[in-house]
Design a protein around this ligand. Structure first.
Ligand SMILES: [Zn+2]
Length: 406
């Protein structure tokens, strides 16, 4: 199920689209394209399920009407015969002509909740700087019709949740869904689902909370702890820092449903996604069997609160605007554009605390790093200084734009 915020760590359902291309710039057979896409998913560690592969082998594929595989794919996705969140291609040119791409992409996203992502951009998040150019999210938000429909879906789901029935979407890690059946016109159908502990994973959540309180560690070390844990099967790994933080903050683990995040539903063959307003956050105590007791959960929360970086108080007589502190999200020029050379994951920004150098200036060292290296699943320990990389990139762009040789 697609969320408004594209989160590659979710177990999305994907279809592949492969096309023989006659263009000389990028000659790659459908077999190579498929290998490339699968390899990239694997190297990024995404848990995406490929539910179907479509291909067009004829070289005459420049005209959409001649591309039967492509047409079948759109038909099956639009009719709901194939349920997918993502269409993956090796490069965007493979998908369609550049001038018609934005329209097709927009329609797929808005009407069918399907994103078109490319392996050559490491499946870039459509809400990132590059992806934002497509303006898909904005136009979705502006779609009043979709908003009203979404609201009705929301109301139905809230009623479901109040009855302690799972409102839809993936079950939280550590739980699984149990379906309660009913008979409708002589057929057995699912009436509703409830959350029950999953014996394959519930112990990992307990272990995580106990480790968090015993060690006082942050999410990076906790993720590494789970990733290196011998009793945890490999198919559940790797655990990301984000997932760990999300789990530690989720009250579902002491049995309370806090329903505030994105919700989606299908209305009139259209997938609608809405974010709840703060006043609409629904709390349902005793929603399911707890995995940890409430006291432990609250102690872990207190610990996490204490670890959160604080904003510095502004100087009494000096500057009122502080430089960005670690943990605050700021956009650096190259944010979202720097990739790890080892594992292809997008690198993140971090910084040291503020210190005073020999000239008495207060400074902070800001650098890019691979988030996987901190959780023990990538060997790239490199810290790339933000200023140096930025200057180098700007210099290179300048040289290319203004060089006299061309
Ligand atoms: Zn890496």
């Amino acid at each position: 199920m697609l969320r408004r915020c594209f989160d590659p760590t979710l177990s999305y359902r994907a279809v592949l689209y492969l096309r023989m291309s006659s263009d000389l710039q990028n000659k790659r057979s459908p077999v190579q394209q498929e290998a490339e896409i699968r390899q990239r998913i694997k190297s990024l560690g995404y848990d995406w399920r490929i539910v179907k592969v479509y291909r067009d082998d004829a070289k005459s594929g420049r005209l959409l009407r001649n591309r039967l595989g492509y047409q079948r794919m759109l038909r099956e996705i639009k009719s709901g015969k194939v349920k997918a969140d993502l269409i993956l291609v090796d490069t965007l040119e493979r998908f369609g002509r550049v001038d018609e791409l934005p329209t097709i992409r927009k329609e797929l996203y808005e009407r069918h909740g399907v994103l078109v992502l490319t392996a050559d951009s490491s499946f870039t998040d459509p809400t990132s700087p590059q992806g934002r150019a497509l303006g898909m999210v904005e136009s979705m938000r502006a779609n009043e019709h979709g908003r009203i429909l979404g609201h009705n879906v929301l109301r139905g789901k809230r009623d479901t949740a109040r009855q302690k029935h799972w409102p839809g979407g993936y079950s939280p890690f550590g739980y699984r869904l149990q379906s309660v059946m009913k008979t409708e016109r002589g057929r057995e159908v699912v009436d509703y689902s409830t959350l029950v502990p999953n014996p394959k994973t519930d112990w990992i959540i307990k272990l995580l909370f106990e480790k968090a309180i015993d060690s006082g560690w942050g999410t990076a070390r906790l993720a590494r702890f789970l990733n290196e844990h011998r009793d945890i099967p490999a198919d559940l790994k790797p655990f990301s820092q984000n997932a760990i933080g999300y789990w530690l903050d989720n009250p579902i683990y002491f049995g309370t449903l806090r329903w505030e995040h994105h919700v989606t539903g299908i209305v009139d063959d259209m997938r609608v996604s809405e974010k709840n307003k703060p006043e609409d956050v629904l709390i349902v105590p005793e929603f399911c069997e707890p995995l940890v007791d409430r006291d432990l959960w609250e102690r872990v929360q207190a610990l996490r609160e204490a670890r959160r970086p604080r904003r510095l108080e502004p100087d009494e007589d000096g500057k009122k605007i502080e430089a960005p502190a670690p943990g605050l999200s700021v956009n650096y020029l190259l944010s979202g554009l720097v990739y790890c050379s080892e594992c292809s994951l997008r690198m993140q920004i971090s910084s040291t605390g503020e210190y005073t150098n020999s000239e008495g200036e207060k400074i902070r060292y800001v650098y890019y790093y691979c988030p996987r290296s901190r959780i023990g699943i990538c060997h790239n320990k490199l810290h790339v200084p933000e200023t140096r990389l930025r200057e180098k990139v700007i210099q290179t762009i300048r040289e290319r734009l203004f060089s006299k040789s061309k």
